[in-house]
Ligand binder design. Structure first.
Ligand SMILES: NC(=O)C1=CN([C@@H]2O[C@H](COP(=O)(O)OP(=O)(O)OC[C@H]3O[C@@H](n4cnc5c(N)ncnc54)[C@H](O)[C@@H]3O)[C@@H](O)[C@H]2O)C=CC1
Ligand SMILES: O=C([O-])CC(=O)C(=O)O
Length: 339
């Protein structure tokens, strides 16, 4: 029996993500929570002929608690998306409080669940969840993940496009490390499973890196004020959730980048910190997954000088984002409103 929960399930990401999770045969129960519309979304999905039993709740009548009861995996796409001209950090003001309150609910009702954070800015919202869990005495860094899979998915697609064969995109694997915003997104194209064609010169390689780093902006611009990536994010979120569930079932060799606390694997973290030449509390690197979550944080390995420069640019930005998230909880005023 596996219960998956989506918090923010009526939104642009939440609905297609819930659809993809409903289609996942490993999931036997699907709990949907939002401040609006979840009963309708749940009723709709419940007619699909797959195993998961679907329930949708609103905040009234302890809805968050009911949704989270018995949860094995909780995915959080709740919060506001960007409009053109905004950075992900501009979302912090609203989304930090939403994520804090949802994390408080998870800590109380499903403290052992795997928690997958999609809400932006991920570089800061993951530390918020961690600090809430620490305060509640239920923190396990091996079970908390920032979802950076969309950067990986974009890299696979854009590299396959460069090769000129989109059918390869499902097989192209590019580690994307760092974090999930602008310059903190560092695709290690030199480690791509499929090398780029020789026709890709330095200028077009730089343009490709830039497109991966700012892929989110491309969608925000195209949607012209109607939000940011939702469908590709739902796909990416469902892919990452599926990897976690397969690892829980005992499948070995599952590796994926994710933004995690370096406390999840102190030995791996030490090697990574040495490579980075800087102390960071959170970082996205390739993670080996197992039944308890993070098994190993892999080092970056061999990277080019250009990639080293990208990492250097990411570090101060990550440090700032992490501190913003941590202090939001550790320096919070006691009388701040809760859900
Ligand atoms: N990690 C990533 O790669 C990506 C992250 N995102 C982020 O995901 C978030 C959601 O994006 P969209 O689905 O497009 O936004 P949306 O506005 O379409 O949906 C968000 C949903 O969250 C709900 N919500 C708001 N407050 C809530 C609360 N306290 N409890 C439960 N639900 C609540 C809203 O009612 C809404 O249904 C944004 O922060 C966006 O920036 C988006 C794309 C990629
Ligand atoms: O760009 C945004 O705001 C949404 C996002 O995180 C992405 O698409 O990568």
């Amino acid at each position: 029996m596996v219960k998956a929960v989506v918090l923010g399930a009526a939104g642009g990401i939440g609905q297609p993500l819930a659809l993809l999770l409903k289609a996942n045969p490993l999931i036997t129960e699907l709990g949907l929570y939002d401040i609006v519309n979840t009963p309708g979304v749940a009723a709709d999905l419940s007619h699909i002929s797959t195993p998961a039993k679907v329930e949708g709740y609103l905040p009234a009548d302890d809805g968050l608690k009911k949704t989270l009861t018995g949860a094995d995996i909780v995915v959080i796409p709740a919060g506001v998306p960007r409009k053109p001209g905004m950075t992900r950090d501009d979302l912090f003001k609203i989304n930090a409080g939403i994520v804090r309150d949802l994390a408080t609910g998870i800590a109380a009702t499903a403290p052992k669940a795997f928690v997958l954070v999609i809400s932006n800015p991920v570089n800061s919202t993951v530390p918020i969840v961690a600090e809430v869990f620490k305060k509640a005495g239920v923190y396990d860094p091996k079970r908390l993940f920032g979802v950076t899979t969309l950067d990986v998915v974009r890299s696979s697609t854009f590299v396959a496009e460069k090769i000129g064969d989109l059918s390869l995109s499902k097989d192209v694997v590019v580690p994307v490390v760092g974090g999930h915003s602008g310059v903190t997104i560092v695709p290690l194209l030199s480690q791509s499973s499929h090398p780029l064609p020789a026709s890709v010169d330095t200028a077009s390689l730089d343009a490709l890196v830039n497109r991966i780093q700012f892929g989110g902006d491309e969608v925000v611009k195209a949607k012209g004020g109607a939000g940011s990536a939702t469908l590709s994010m739902a796909y990416a979120g469902a892919e990452f959730a599926s990897k976690i569930l397969r690892a829980v079932k005992g499948e070995e060799g599952i590796v994926a980048p994710s933004y995690v606390s370096l406390e999840a694997d102190p030995v791996g973290a030490a090697a990574l910190t040495k490579e980075l030449g800087a102390e960071l509390a959170y970082f996205s690197s390739n993670i080996e997954l197992g039944p308890q979550g993070v098994v190993k944080i892999n080092p970056l390995g061999k990277i080019t000088e250009a990639e080293q420069t990208l990492i250097k640019a990411a570090i101060p930005e990550l440090q700032k984002n992490i501190t913003t998230g941590v202090t939001f909880i550790t320096e919070a005023k006691v009388d701040e409103p809760r859900l």
